[in-house]
Design a protein around this ligand. Structure first.
Ligand SMILES: [Mg+2]
Length: 137
């Protein structure tokens, strides 16, 4: 499983990397623009990501804008709906309008910071990613 962690804060990025290491290979991007470039490159290389964990508040291009752009790029390349990458927002923004806007932009999961490992595991399971211990049994 190939994972892209998009997060501008070092500590949050590191925490997600530690939690997600058992799930697969983690790559990181520091803002939305880098995330868009990483997704474009992965599609060009025919090696798409399975999961993107996307912060919302980031410099240059924020998480919502990045999600919209990623869905646009996927649509141009003929990926849509279930064939696109699974995107889970990982953000401190927790108002219902934030969550609604993120799902409208094209995410499938939403986790409010601070991130707790069990909540992350549960949310990933909802997206169809079994916990590593279960996956190997
Ligand atoms: Mg941030």
């Amino acid at each position: 499983m190939k994972i892209l962690i998009v997060e501008d804060e070092f500590t949050s990025r590191k925490l997600l990397q530690i939690h997600l290491a058992e799930y697969g290979q983690c790559f990181t991007a520091g803002n939305g623009q880098e995330a868009i470039e990483a997704i474009e490159q992965s599609l060009l290389e025919d090696s798409p990501y399975d999961l993107v964990c996307m912060d919302i508040m980031m410099p240059h291009v924020d998480g919502l804008e990045a999600v919209r752009k990623i869905r646009e790029i996927e649509a141009e390349k003929g990926f849509s709906g279930l064939s696109g990458v699974k995107i889970m927002m990982t953000t401190a923004k927790g108002f219902s309008e934030d969550i609604f806007e993120a799902f409208r932009a094209g995410c499938e999961g939403y986790l409010i910071k601070p991130i707790h490992k069990q909540e992350l595991i549960d949310e990933l399971e909802k997206l169809g990613f079994a916990a590593p211990a279960k996956a190997s049994s």
